[in-house]
Design a protein. Structure first.
Length: 334
């Protein structure tokens, strides 16, 4: 009877190799990929799923893409096991993913779960003690196999039962990727995009934007988090923020994300970045947003300018003075 593994596949080097090692042993594999608005592997309007789907296609295995939902944002707000250097709840995140994987095992008929985790590679979530915590709290004790570091851990049920040949598993540890790259050559794995995935929650320059959202919103949604990667962000009121596009790509993303009740604004006389006001839209806050917007146009300082306001399908023109200094604008910048 052929055994089946459910793989957490990001599309990066380690998870790709873990899948390949299992396929080489004749194990059937189905992949599970999770999308996140905080991934750095791809662009603003894409996700790691694009690489995971590509890898699954090359290997000829099925893949299921799941979206991290509102419960994931609750984990970021209040992680049981704390944060790393930024707002990255790495231990809680792994537990969350693996619990979802355990739930999906029953649906896809998998016998065990595999990941690309490597002992000692990540300082928070891949220490020996935290790996044990993650396995225990995910409910996958004995059924979580890490093929790249398996020989550093006691044999799992798949190894004990002979479903997997332990001698063909690896003993990789540490932060270097040299062994993985050599293994990729040996297994003819090519075109891997990034040796290690990235998470914006570890980047201190980005964390301020995340904290601002959590501090000023009773409920946070995934759309708000996706927009954190787009444009310049300014807090102009306790429940009001303005986003200013940096380029045409940003403008298009902001325009496409505009929701009912949100205000779009542009300099009407010479073209400009697009500005979007989210949250509470009040006249004095609109004035502030427009003055910030004008600083990123070619409008002359001190000049009265016509700004076009678009709200719920309606259009209005207002005269706004371009009088904010850079210092004043920095007071609003997130």
């Amino acid at each position: 009877m052929q055994r089946k593994a459910l793989a957490l596949l990001s599309g990066g080097l380690d998870s790709t190799l873990a899948v390949k090692v299992m396929l080489e042993q004749g194990i059937a594999v189905e992949a599970l990929n999770f999308t996140s608005p905080f991934c750095t592997c791809t662009g603003k309007n894409a996700g790691c799923k694009s690489e995971a789907v590509r890898v699954a296609g090359e290997f000829g295995i099925p893949i299921k893409v799941l979206h991290k939902g509102a419960e994931y944002l609750d984990i970021i707000r209040n992680p049981r096991h704390g944060y790393g250097k930024g707002m990255n709840p790495c231990i809680d995140c792994r537990i969350y993913l693996l619990r979802k994987a355990k739930e999906y095992m029953a649906t896809c008929g998998a016998d065990f779960v595999i990941t690309g985790e490597v002992l000692g590679q990540r300082p928070m979530s891949q220490r020996r003690d935290t790996l044990r915590v993650i396995e225990r709290e995910s409910g996958l004790e004995g059924l979580l196999l890490r093929p790249l570091s398996a020989k550093h851990f006691p044999p799992t049920i798949p190894e004990q039962e002979g479903w997997v040949d332990r001698e063909k598993l690896l003993a990789i540890q540490g932060r270097s990727r040299k062994e993985q790259m050599q293994l990729a050559d040996d297994l003819d794995v090519k075109n891997y995009p990034c040796p290690a995935g990235g998470c914006l929650l570890t980047e201190l320059s980005f964390v301020s934007k995340v904290r601002d959202v959590f501090d000023h919103a009773d409920q946070v949604n995934l759309r708000d988090c996706r927009l954190l990667k787009v444009g310049r962000h300014f807090r102009i009121g306790p429940r009001t923020k303005v986003l200013i596009g940096r380029n045409e790509a940003d403008n298009q993303l902001l325009e496409g994300a505009l929701q009912d009740g949100e205000l779009a604004l542009r300099w009407n006389e010479g073209g400009s970045p697009l500005g979007v006001v989210t949250g509470i839209v009040e006249d004095h806050l609109v004035q502030t947003a427009a003055r910030i917007l004008l600083r990123y146009t070619k409008a002359e300082p001190g000049r009265d300018c016509t700004v076009k306001l678009l709200l719920n399908g309606g259009e209005e023109l207002q005269q706004i003075t371009n009088d904010f200094t850079e210092t004043e604008i920095e007071g609003f910048r997130i």
